[in-house]
Design a protein around this ligand. Structure first.
Ligand SMILES: Cc1cc2nc3c(=O)[nH]c(=O)nc-3n(C[C@H](O)[C@H](O)[C@H](O)COP(=O)(O)OP(=O)(O)OC[C@H]3O[C@@H](n4cnc5c(N)ncnc54)[C@H](O)[C@@H]3O)c2cc1C
Length: 223
């Protein structure tokens, strides 16, 4: 486990991000001697847990990088995580779009394939356009990350747009399937639940918008 922990007291810290350090923790050694892990049942296929620390002792060599500079280090890996999740959302979005297209070509209502109706086509086309645009934002963020350039805002924007694209595609796909969208055998309801996560984790939409407001638009800090 990679753990970010406070290593300075509140009055010793120069800023909110100062005084945090990163540690590499061996879970097997720590369980039962200062660390407790409790699984949380969730609506998604993701093993999620609560972790409790109570006087966990760790050795000096578990420190990663520089003491008290852990926040800067973890931010860098968070950008990579956001870009990775954004790419996952693009894949999800394309899956929903393809599934919707296949069904719309096949399903007949009133002797007509539902995909012949523009009321069915247009939401799917909109999702396709949004997904293509989000993909460019993901590639842009990934290219900046690979080149070692600052990419905090770009990674956030990629995650925001890709998560929105996949969520909108999930809704369009479910709607296209009508009642069968809720049937487990089509797997849409499962993917629908899973892609909903990315409006919240690893960073919630509101926090991305707040980052853009403050760091890109120069609006006053709100928290
Ligand atoms: C399945 C799953 C896996 C996860 N895995 C990890 C993991 O591996 N590591 C890890 O560190 N974390 C993990 N998380 C935690 C995840 O990063 C947080 O749930 C997420 O960042 C949101 O934080 P929170 O739950 O504390 O929400 P809160 O901060 O309690 O916010 C609740 C809601 O209020 C909104 N909100 C809060 N403050 C403001 C404000 N000032 N203005 C406007 N809106 C606001 C938020 O956007 C959110 O919608 C995971 C979460 C889930 C569900």
């Amino acid at each position: 486990m990679i753990l970010l922990a406070k290593t300075k007291s509140k009055n010793e810290r120069n800023s909110k991000s100062d005084g945090l350090s990163l540690f590499l923790i061996d879970i097997r050694e720590s369980l039962g001697s200062g660390m407790t892990i409790r699984p949380i049942e969730t609506m998604i296929n993701h093993s999620t847990t609560e972790v409790f620390f109570d006087n966990l002792e760790i050795s000096h060599d578990s420190l990663i990088g520089k003491e008290n500079e852990g926040f800067k280090q973890v931010l860098n890996s968070m950008n990579a995580e956001r870009i990775l999740i954004a790419a996952e959302c693009i894949g999800d979005s394309n899956w929903f779009i393809q599934k919707a297209v296949d069904y719309a070509k096949d399903r007949k209502v009133f002797n007509k394939r539902i995909g012949e109706n523009q009321g069915i086509q247009f939401p799917i086309s909109r999702c396709y356009a949004d997904t293509e645009a989000a993909k460019l934002a993901v590639y842009n963020a990934a290219a900046r990350y690979d080149a070692g350039k600052a990419c905090g805002t770009e990674a956030n924007i990629a995650k925001l747009l890709a998560a929105d694209a996949s969520w909108n595609s999930a809704n369009a796909c479910l709607q296209t399937h009508g009642g069968f969208g809720f049937a487990k055998e089509y797997h849409i309801e499962r993917k629908f639940r899973e892609t909903r996560l990315y409006q919240v984790a690893p960073i919630s939409t509101n926090f991305i918008l707040s980052h853009i407001a403050e760091h890109k638009l120069g609006l006053p800090r709100s928290f």
